[in-house]
Write a protein that binds this ligand. Structure first.
Ligand code: UTP
Length: 459
């Protein structure tokens, strides 16, 4: 461990001596906290973030990429059977990233606790927990669930599970693990202090989940438990279909290291990352990185060439994730943050521009040698909760929830009253514990309800 002088000297030598400019006003305890933090700061990480700041982004070469269409996928019975068998043998587990700040939703508390289901007002995490439990019951197998949290929401999420008795799941099969933080930098590459006098940091992005899984020994645990594949999904999409035996069977039979679900974008302007060949490798191109020409490009049939967008639902092969050479790049975002800034009249808290560095999970795709893009339907699987109002909001997410299950009912031969726009008039909610999928619902409903009575239907 370095002593005070060594820390001050080494950070001064790195051009970071401004960190000590406020010390005249600080007591020994406050100083020692910062010194300890600096002594354990990963200097290689700091150097790579600073290097990133200097790099000029070269626009990638983009071309369209084939994907498996929904029409072809639903005929794949052999693959569905393979997927079922793998689930029954405990070969698949679940991975949820819930470490985000959820700043756009402006909900007081972790986003996973947001009560989104339209009738019962179950939270996102409760919905997923019930899907995992329903899968354990249906496939008669213990299943494991790994949840990425952040230092800001970890305790609240863990306590929520405890308070609710893990929603019936076995506590020892639910693992919470913490995402790491990256130092935020000034545009000129300087570390900054937050108002409390410690280093200003930000969560390292959903792509940070790979490093956290590795560093916490969870990938090794998975191998010991015989887990070979991970269903990855984000905490904000309650419609996600898990576990999906057909998805798993297709992924395995094609020998994929990564498989990703995609949907047709509503229009060229929809803000979804598009799949494509990026510098010759399969990948996802962020909405803002798709150049104008590619965005509106059409094929000979008149369809958008970059029509398919990623919904951030993936399958990862565990042996692939355990490879030691998986290094995801950093993405930079400029944000306003409050920081402690030294000035002529002492140190003051000011809003300043900072650069945040994050990793994105879809950057793992180009690192895989075998990738499958798998088309699914928006109504079945995608209604993200991002904003308070407008697109991808509380209203559209709850509406997506209703429409998914209204369609399930209709496919079971049940009449759903709809308005002129074709929307279900009444809220509909089907608990995963009643029916994990459409097939189960069909069997259960063959003798019971055949229309929605009253104002709502919860089953
Ligand atoms: P978003 O990029 O939509 O961010 O995350 P967010 O934090 O939920 O919301 P905003 O942008 O602050 O409004 C997509 C998914 O990735 C997770 C989120 O929890 C969500 O499930 N995530 C994001 C992390 O786990 N860690 C991160 O650092 C960022």
């Amino acid at each position: 461990m370095m002593n005070e002088e060594e820390v001050v000297d080494s950070f001064s030598a790195l051009g970071q001596d401004h960190l000590f400019d406020c010390w005249a006003d600080w007591d020994e305890h406050k100083k020692s906290i910062l010194l300890e933090e600096l002594a354990s700061l990963d200097l290689r990480l700091l150097a790579s973030l600073q290097k990133c700041l200097l790099e000029k982004e070269v626009p990638p070469s983009l071309s369209p990429i084939p994907y498996l269409s929904h029409d072809d996928i639903i005929k794949m019975e052999k693959e569905r059977e393979l997927g079922r068998e793998l689930i029954c043998r405990g070969k698949a587990a679940f991975l949820t990233v819930a470490g985000g700040q959820g700043s756009r939703l402006r909900f007081k508390g972790p986003k996973g606790l947001f009560p989104i289901s339209p009738i019962k007002k179950h939270s996102l995490l409760q919905i997923f927990a019930e899907k995992v439990l329903a899968a354990e019951i249906h496939y008669r197998v213990p299943l494991f669930w790994y949840i990425l949290t952040s230092p800001a929401n970890h305790l609240e999420i863990v306590n929520y599970f405890r308070k609710n008795n893990f929603f019936g799941l076995a506590e020892e099969r639910v693992s919470f693990f913490l995402q790491r933080l990256n130092p935020s930098l000034s545009p000129s590459g300087k570390l900054l202090l937050n108002p409390a006098g410690t280093i200003l940091k930000n969560p390292d992005g959903h792509g940070g989940v790979i490093g956290a899984l590795t560093q916490d020994g969870l990938l090794t645990d998975m191998v010991k438990l015989g887990i070979e594949e991970l269903f990855y999904f984000q905490v904000d999409n309650p419609l996600v279909n898990i576990p999906d035996p057909l998805f798993l069977g297709v992924h395995r039979s094609m020998g994929a290291e990564v498989s990703s679900k995609v949907i047709s974008k509503i229009s060229a302007d929809e803000k979804l990352g598009s799949i494509g060949l990026v510098n010759g490798r399969a990948g996802v191109i962020e909405y803002s990185d798709l150049n104008e020409e590619s965005k509106y490009l059409r094929d000979k049939d008149g369809n958008l060439s970059f029509l398919q967008g990623s919904i951030a639902v993936h399958l990862f092969n565990v042996a692939f994730l355990a490879r030691t050479d998986l290094v995801l790049p950093f993405h930079q975002a400029r944000k306003k943050e409050v920081a402690l800034i030294p000035g002529s009249n002492g140190c003051n808290v000011k809003e300043v521009e900072v650069i945040k560095f994050e990793k994105f999970i879809f950057d793992i795709i180009p690192l895989a040698d075998k990738v499958v893009f798998y088309e699914t339907l928006r109504v079945d699987e995608f209604a993200p909760l991002k904003n308070m109002s407008g697109v991808d909001s509380i209203e559209t997410c709850a509406r997506g929830y209703i429409e998914k299950y209204a369609l399930w009912l209709e496919e079971c031969g049940i009449e759903v009253p709809r308005d002129e726009e074709g929307k279900s008039i009444y809220p509909v909610e089907i608990s995963p514990l009643y029916a994990l999928n459409k097939e189960i619902l069909k069997k259960k409903l063959s003798h019971t309800v055949n229309r929605i009575d009253g104002q709502a239907l919860f089953i």
